[in-house]
Design a protein around this ligand. Sequence first.
Ligand SMILES: C[S@@+](CC[C@H](N)C(=O)[O-])C[C@H]1O[C@@H](n2cnc3c(N)ncnc32)[C@H](O)[C@@H]1O
Length: 299
Amino acid sequence: MVKRVPEKYQTLGDLVTLTERQLRAAKLSYGHGTLNARDEAAWLVSHAVGLEPDELVESFLRVASQREINRIDSLIRQRINTRKPLAYLVGEAWLSGYKFIVDQRVIVPRSFIAEPLLECFSPWIARPGSVKRILDLCTGSGCLAILAAIAFPKAQVIAVDISKRALTLARKNVKAYGLDRRVKLIESDLYRSLPKQKFDLIISNPPYVDARSMKRLPEEYRREPALALYGGKDGLDLVDRILGDAANYLKNKGNIVIEVGHNRAAFERRYPGMNAIWLDSGDDPDGLVWIESCNLGLT
Ligand SMILES: C[S@@+](CC[C@H](N)C(=O)[O-])C[C@H]1O[C@@H](n2cnc3c(N)ncnc32)[C@H](O)[C@@H]1O
């Protein structure tokens, strides 16, 4: 592939263009850290030459070595032949500027919760300093638990997943961020194995793909654990269980935010009386529901 291209393509900038063309021609799917062939090509090239993605543009005119070209070539082949998300091939993913270790034990981090979380859910949380206990349900790679600990430096975070394998990977991420003391990982079916305690904030990006969409998932999404995606017939099985017990785990004046993805209409049909707030999270204005504890039947 890239090995045999004419010399004019051997600057990093030209290699990005060439890679983009090949990815585009292969009709891949995106959504695992990038949304199009150009951004994916830039990420692939930057990784292959040992740069962070945001360092690449400055090096566009640098001529690549044959070794670097071989690495790019190998990644392109793997990406096209296996249809694995690039994140799995390079072992890392970026979420809101933060890097996480990933492999096929977890989905590739891309939650819309990340951005508003890093802004401490302003204006819905008036005093971020008052948030002392956070629960992250369905933590996967631990990405949201880690961002929660960063955004709320006074908080202790408990992060739960039913998958032992996911938790083993999450542990690596927590360690990499030096957050072992503030982020505790627990193997649990949602709240089941949690000691009784109340939280100021519950965050969750649960599996929420409905049965119909599961059947139509592009190959790239089939490389992720089905346990992390499938949310039952209408996608709300986990959401129902999370909300059903939330009142027992939220403090008065606590809040819960859940990513429901494409299921806003189903959610509103299921909970017509709930005073839910839909957070504007940029790319997906309908995917994040914010509920204050008073709307779960608390005072
Ligand atoms: C959509 S992924 C979210 C991962 C991570 N929070 C993120 O945003 O990238 C959902 C996660 O929920 C976990 N999960 C599925 N069913 C669960 C359950 N009943 N209790 C706890 N975790 C569960 C899966 O193992 C998976 O890691």
